[in-house]
Design a binder for this molecule. Structure first.
Ligand SMILES: O=C(O)CCC(=O)C(=O)O
Ligand SMILES: [Fe+2]
Length: 342
C-alpha cells in the first residue's frame, strides 16, 4: 500500500445499478479477491448501490423467512400492537403503517415492519463463519432482547436462521470493502466483533396510483449504518436517486440481494463511499415484502476518517462520532414523531 495514495470522491452520475458476482469473495487467490474489490470500489464510489449475485444464502432459507413474515403481518392489528416498538427501550418489535415518517417532508410511510437485533439461534446448523461464531452481543442502548410475537409458530426459527446467514454475508463483505479502500483486508476485523446488525421484515401494501407522493412505501432517505443487505421480492418499487436527481429503478433481479452503503460508511470514508438516497413506492397493486439488514460496526468504534480518504485537497468533512451513538440518535429521531403521547 502506498501511504501517500488517496482515493477521490466523484460526483459522476449513474443510470444503472451494477451487478457484482460474489463467487470469489473468499477465494484463496488474492488476485481474484482484488478484482472483486475493484468492482466493489467502483460501485461504492460512483453509485453507493450494487446487486450481489452468488451471495451464498440459500433460496429455501429466504423462502421460509418470507413465508414467516407473511404470517406475522397477517395477524390482527391488536396482536401486532402487543409488541409495539414504542414500548421497547431498544427499537425492537412492531411498527404499524404510518408509524414512521422516513422523509420529514412526507406524511408517514405506507409500510409496517418488525425489527430484531442480535440473538443466538439455538436451532442453527452452525454453518456460520468463525468470525460470526465469535460474534456476541453486549448490552448497550442498541441491543438487548428481541421481542417476539406470542403464539406464532414457525416464526422465530426461520427469521433467526436468515438473520445469521445475512450477518455472515455482511462479515464477509468487510474484507472486500477494506481492499476497496486500499486498507489491509483485516482492517475492520477488530471493529466488527459484535456488530450492530438490525434486521427488519417489511410489508408494503399496494398504494393507490395517485399523483401525490407525500405518502409512499418508504420516503426518500439514506440508511444510517455502514451498509444494508436487502432482499426484495419480485414486485418492485425500490428507487435510487442519481446525482442528477433522477430516480433509477432498483428492479428486482432473481437470485440477487441488493447492497447499499449507509451514512456511517460515508462519514468514515469522508464521502468517498456514497450513501445514496433511495425510497420505495408500491404501485403494483400487489403486496410487497422486503427484508433489509442494516450492518453497523461495534458500538464504540470512533468513525475517524479512514487515512486513504483524506488529503490536503480533501480535508476531513465530518466531526468524529461513535458509530453506535450516531445510529442511536438517528433512530430516536425516526421514531420520535410517532411516540405515543402518555
Ligand atoms: O424495501 C425496500 O426496497 C427499501 C427499504 C429501505 O430502504 C429501508 O428499510 O431502509
Ligand atoms: Fe433504506
Amino acid at each position: 500500500m502506498d501511504a501517500s495514495f488517496t482515493l477521490q470522491r466523484t460526483d459522476s452520475t449513474f443510470e444503472e445499478i451494477p451487478v457484482i458476482d460474489f463467487q470469489h469473495a473468499e477465494s484463496k487467490d488474492p488476485a481474484l479477491r482484488r478484482q472483486l474489490a475493484d468492482e466493489i470500489r467502483d460501485a461504492c464510489i460512483n453509485v453507493g448501490f450494487f446487486y450481489l449475485r452468488n451471495h451464498g444464502i440459500s433460496e429455501s432459507i429466504i423462502e421460509e423467512t418470507v413465508e414467516a413474515a407473511k404470517r406475522f403481518f397477517a395477524l390482527p392489528e391488536d396482536d401486532k400492537m402487543q409488541i409495539d416498538v414504542h414500548n421497547s427501550p431498544n427499537f425492537k418489535g412492531y411498527t404499524a403503517i404510518l408509524g414512521e415518517n422516513t422523509d420529514p417532508t412526507g406524511n408517514g410511510d405506507l409500510h409496517e415492519a418488525f425489527d430484531i437485533g442480535w440473538e443466538e439461534n439455538p436451532g442453527s446448523d452452525n454453518s456460520r463463519s468463525e468470525g460470526a461464531k465469535q460474534t456476541k452481543a453486549t448490552t448497550n442502548a442498541m441491543e438487548g432482547e428481541n421481542i417476539w410475537p406470542k403464539d406464532l409458530p414457525e416464526f422465530k426459527e426461520p427469521v433467526l436462521t436468515y438473520y445469521h446467514a445475512a450477518v455472515r454475508l455482511g462479515l464477509s463483505l468487510f474484507p472486500l470493502f477494506a481492499l476497496a479502500l486500499d486498507l489491509p483486508e483485516n482492517f475492520f476485523n477488530d471493529k466488527t466483533t459484535k456488530p450492530a446488525a438490525i434486521m427488519r421484515l417489511l410489508h408494503y401494501p399496494p398504494q393507490p396510483p395517485r399523483e401525490d407522493d407525500s405518502q409512499i412505501g418508504i420516503g426518500a432517505h439514506t440508511d444510517y449504518e455502514c451498509f444494508t443487505i436487502l432482499w426484495q421480492d419480485s414486485v418492485g418499487g425500490l428507487e435510487v436517486q442519481n446525482t442528477d436527481g433522477k430516480w433509477v429503478k432498483g428492479v428486482p433481479i432473481p437470485g440477487t440481494l441488493v447492497v447499499n452503503l449507509g451514512d456511517q460508511f460515508a462519514r468514515w470514508t469522508n464521502d468517498v463511499f456514497k450513501s445514496t438516497v433511495h425510497r420505495a413506492i408500491n404501485k403494483s397493486g400487489q403486496e410487497r415484502y422486503s427484508i433489509p439488514l442494516f450492518f453497523g460496526t461495534d458500538y464504540d468504534v470512533r468513525l475517524e476518517p479512514i487515512p486513504t480518504c483524506v488529503s490536503d485537497d480533501m480535508p476531513a468533512k465530518y466531526e468524529i462520532v461513535t458509530a453506535g451513538e450516531y445510529v442511536k440518535s438517528r433512530l430516536e429521531a425516526t421514531y420520535a414523531h410517532s411516540k405515543p403521547v402518555l
